[in-house]
Design a protein. Sequence first.
Length: 294
Amino acid sequence: MDINYELYKVFYHVASSLSFSEASKHLFISQSAVSQSIKTLERKLEQPLFVRSTKRVQLTPAGKVLLKHIEPAMNLIQRGENQLLDAASLGLGQLHIGASDTICRYFLVPYLKEFHQRFPAVPIKVTNATSSKCVELLEQGKVDLIFSNYPNPQLNHSYVQKTVLCFHDVFIANPASFHLDKQEIPFAELKQYPIMTLDQKSTTSEFLHNLFLQHQLELTPEVELSSNDLLMDLAKIGLGIAFIPDYCLSLDSSDLYVLKTKERIPARQIVAAMNTSLPVSVSTEELLKLLPEV
């Protein structure tokens, strides 16, 4: 089917904003031209893509399917344009990374510092998101490289380029509030205490819940947050027992201790991953060279 790229471009901007007027502003064309382009595309595809009303615009089921294919394509074209423009002016091109705030703060910063020192003219963009959300960004072509906790059920194994860190998750508590530092505590007993974890959208929370289920236990956390730093802060004031990666602990964490659990907590990894179906920028290759491999 021979459909002009401009029609798909108009569709993408309407579908992204769910607004004909917003799409017309972004594309610098009239709203009537946007409407006519959508009608032409719907006629060629022989099905409606939008449900129009006086108050809002919604995608039809067919429109949602089409957007899933068009969005990565639009992002890929934009990345290609950016790589060519950046390479012409800077030599390497922009580096766009996706990673959680925990991985950024406690692992990635030294390597970004070294990269910036070697290539000061290369723009570095970091998008903070959970490991699961980072996979979506990678699939959609919105980032060049992601750093993710692993195992990650959403991550295609073929995308993994390097395992850059092995770590263990630990339960931590304030010794003045929880007197459990002299014993091994089984999960069945531990779940009776106020457990604090990352929210359920995170791979860490999913990992912990699955770990308890493997021992026929259901975990109901007392507190669920989006930040490991906040979990540590709340653990320091004795609000509960926090579950965090051990690499978040530092010398100034002396007012916390690591609980010994009777059941073994398997190791996890941080991996660097990129979408192997997309072109790789030179800046991405250079950062990969700086990273350790374990």
